[in-house]
Write a protein that binds this ligand. Sequence first.
Ligand code: ZN
Length: 86
Amino acid sequence: MARPKGKTPSLLAISTGTPEHHTCGKATPCTRCEEIVVKGQRCFKVPKIKSGFTRHPIFCVACTIAILEQTKIELLVVEKDVRFNG
Ligand SMILES: [Zn+2]
């Protein structure tokens, strides 16, 4: 995996749905690390609404895992807030 720049996005921050399993029909760069996901390789589409349109940027498996990890971290923060700071 190429070194991604910037903060790892989380599903809470960027997504409006569940990552969807996807197999690339053609070589497509990963949205996060820009590594090329070659045709037939497994990747994930993450639904994202931008200016009213739903887009489905694709992420390589390694980046999808990083996004999930980041999501768990942010979710814990939200959960703590909801449960204990009321
Ligand atoms: Zn990637």
